[in-house]
Design a protein around this ligand. Structure first.
Ligand code: THU
Length: 161
């Protein structure tokens, strides 16, 4: 028997002021776009904003539904839009933030399992890592070099032959 170990490194900033201007602008947009989320059931408003390799910026927000499982996370709304409108341009970085009515938004959230799988597929499709910038409306900021790092031992298309 041998034991494998998985670990990854990510950057932690005390707040947005530690970021360079480009990253700071992206995170500010993610914070601001949470206002366009449709989250009447969870009251948890998520914004995801991507900068593409050509400098284009696109946003997504979570869109819920009275039939709860129909709701879609901000990250997958974003990926669907980018893939449709800019099918040939890789994503460089995605910033994710949130705001909530009764919960303070003072720490980062990270993508749910389903979004991790979707982000990984996007990375493998374009052979390019997607950087993540994660933060609430205030407080610490996490920067992760590649979304795929969040999904060890992932199931990928390679298994399908
Ligand atoms: N949500 C996202 O949009 N992205 C995440 O990273 C975590 C969760 C949404 C799904 C649902 O509409 C609400 O947040 C509460 O789970």
């Amino acid at each position: 028997m041998k034991e494998n170990k998985y670990e990854f490194r990510y950057e932690v900033f005390d707040d947005i002021s530690g970021l360079n201007e480009k990253d700071s602008r992206l995170l500010t947009k993610a914070r601001d776009i949470t206002i366009n989320a449709y989250a009447p059931y969870s009251h948890f408003h998520v914004g995801a904003v991507a900068i593409l390799e050509n400098g284009e910026i696109m946003a997504g927000t979570n869109q819920e539904n009275a039939s709860y499982p129909v709701g879609i996370c901000a990250e997958r709304v974003l990926l669907g839009s980018v893939a449709t409108l800019h099918p040939d341009i890789p994503i460089e970085t995605i910033a994710v933030s949130y705001s909530a009515e009764n919960i303070s938004s003072d720490h980062p959230i990270s993508p749910c399992g389903m979004c991790r799988q979707a982000l990984l597929e996007y990375e493998t499709r374009f052979h390019k890592p997607i950087r993540l910038i994660l933060s609430g409306q205030t407080g610490k900021v996490f920067v992760i070099k590649s979304a795929g790092l969040l999904l060890p031992l992932a199931f990928t298309s390679e298994e399908l032959g």
